[in-house]
Design a protein. Structure first.
Lengths: 113, 113
């Protein structure tokens, strides 16, 4: 596709429910990033993939957060047993092999009630 | 700890006026500095990227400057338009695979007619 595509755009989850957020990066982009953005804050790094390899997951806040990119394209961020503090926008971004620009998707807005 | 501080936190100006947003950072090592525009409810969109050797870069009515010695950057917007209303986020990269990006909290800019 022309840009980074994320789904769902909006998700309301009951506390304790598992959620899965999908990211479809720009075709051919090697690097894929996940960020968490709380209201009124800048994005915070969660994890980074180069192709299918998860090279950095230092930003994942707990073991309830899990990300995968099994075929080096689409990625899924899974949050288990959601809690209210998980409410945020989850941004996915991708970057090409030779480029420097990081392109962001529109985000998945998660609200845990 | 790597930090990016932006000022002002919010700004209101009249359409057609110019404005300058500030960014101070303490990120080491330094690789690059980026300015992003984030419309409400949308993902960030890249405006400029500067490396250590660049001290100015323009993108239409947006001009970014970088002083790597004082670790300061500014984003100047000329002849503001209503569509410039957004959050402007300063992002500093430390390099490496995940780019080691540190995001500021953004300056919320409102253009009034």
């Amino acid at each position: 596709g022309a840009g980074v595509s994320q789904s769902p755009r909006y998700k309301v989850a009951k506390r304790g429910q598992d959620v899965a957020l999908r990211c479809d990066p720009i075709s051919g982009h090697v690097s894929l990033f996940w960020y968490q953005q709380a209201l009124g804050q800048g994005p915070e790094f969660l994890t980074y993939f180069q192709n299918e390899a998860q090279l950095d997951k230092s930003g994942l806040p707990s073991d309830r957060f899990f990300a995968e990119r099994p075929e080096g394209s689409v990625s899924t961020l899974k949050i288990q047993r959601t809690q209210q503090e998980d409410s945020a926008v989850y941004l996915c971004a991708s970057r090409g092999h030779s480029g420097n620009t990081i392109y962001f998707g529109e985000g998945s807005w998660l609200t845990v009630v | 700890k790597n930090q990016v501080e932006q000022s002002p936190q919010s700004l209101i100006i009249l359409e057609g006026k110019n404005c300058t947003l500030q960014c101070n950072y303490t990120v080491s090592p330094f690789s690059n500095l980026r300015w992003y525009k984030q419309d409400t409810g949308r993902g960030p969109v890249s405006l400029t990227i500067m490396t250590f050797s660049e001290n100015t870069k323009s993108n239409g009515r947006y001009t970014a400057t970088l002083d790597a010695d004082t670790k300061q950057s500014s984003l100047h917007i000329t002849a503001s338009q209503l569509s410039d209303s957004a959050s402007y986020i300063c992002v500093v990269g430390a390099g490496g695979g995940a780019d080691g990006l540190t995001f500021g909290k953004g300056t919320h800019l409102i253009i009034q007619p």
